[in-house]
Design a protein around this ligand. Structure first.
Ligand SMILES: [Zn+2]
Length: 102
């Protein structure tokens, strides 16, 4: 038996729960408390600036991966001595990854 942190009544936790904190009646209260704590700890998470920065980092990562892919591709072109219009390929691949709606 455990004591509920919210209403202080005794309750039998489900066996899957490692650190039981709240009785069934107080689960929603516990969840709200957790969310409140998370939001005050991550205050900037929902600001547009946060998402702009994250998006820029994602695009940088895609660009980095693409550059590596492009390097391998160029080595392949040299190796097989074939003419492929690389700028067109690059443009299409980048459009696909960065602007999937276009
Ligand atoms: Zn309770």
């Amino acid at each position: 038996m455990h004591r509920c942190e919210f209403c202080h009544s005794m309750f039998q936790p489900r066996p899957q729960v490692k650190r039981p904190r709240a009785c069934t009646a107080c689960q929603k209260k516990r969840q709200r408390e957790n969310e409140k704590a998370w939001h005050s700890k991550n205050k900037n998470h929902f600001s547009p600036l946060y998402h702009q920065i994250k998006k820029r980092l994602r695009l940088q990562e895609i660009r980095k991966i693409f550059n590596e892919l492009a390097r391998c591709f160029r080595v392949g072109l040299t190796f097989y001595r074939k003419q492929i219009e690389f700028p067109l390929f690059e443009e299409r691949v980048l459009k696909f990854f960065i602007q999937p709606s276009l």
